[in-house]
Write a protein of this length. Sequence first.
Length: 259
Amino acid sequence: MPETIKIEDVAPGVAVVTLNRPDAANSLNTKMGEELLHAWSHLAARSDLRCAVLAGEGRHFCAGADLKERNGMSDQAWSAQHEIFEAMIRAQLSVPVPVIAAVNGAAVGGGCEMTLACDFAYAGEGARFGLPEVGLGIMPGLGGTQLLRRAVGERRAVELLTTGRLFTAAEALDYGLVNEVTAPDGLMGTVLEVAGTIASKAPLSVRALKSVVREGAAMHLAEAMDLELSHYNRLFKTQDRREGVAAFNEKRTAQFGGA
């Protein structure tokens, strides 16, 4: 059983991964990195998974790396730990279905990077975000510089990264880092409703959409449109497409089987 995270299937096709070190503001230690690496790898291999949610237990999402664990750590030990964290974030990015962040409290440093590595995010009104590594003599190393730039634009990203300042949920919404801000007690309900909606859609379509949006971002437009078309041509031959059209005409809810 995991010690630092919880994994729960809360609805058909919907899994919630919860960071579970509330007494340490869910800070990221070596054990959590190992357990998240295993969790994301396992979830990525599940054919029944249609959406995942990443949340934090208690008052905070994740306050970043556990600096108490890192205090006095040798350069070699620091590097070995970071290799685990690197594998963890790549495993999260490799999950083929949408991953939604449900952010309460602090999402700072590695916690902000895990939020950015999700496909989109919702935040409670009291959430706080930031990448303050510049004040520690380092910089984000889990994709934070690149993912932040993609989310908020280059000029805003450089400002936030070089000042290291924290910013509010309302600012995160304005910058484009989160999709919606809710009352804290309504956060998980909102996120799970969205996850349930995604889980009700054609799963092959959902996976293709995530793949095309992610991969197409690094391509020239003509290449990206060809990628889109290749997935479209595959999808219209599926049983789920036939089911979707039939359900529309028969005025009933489609029952997608992923084939």
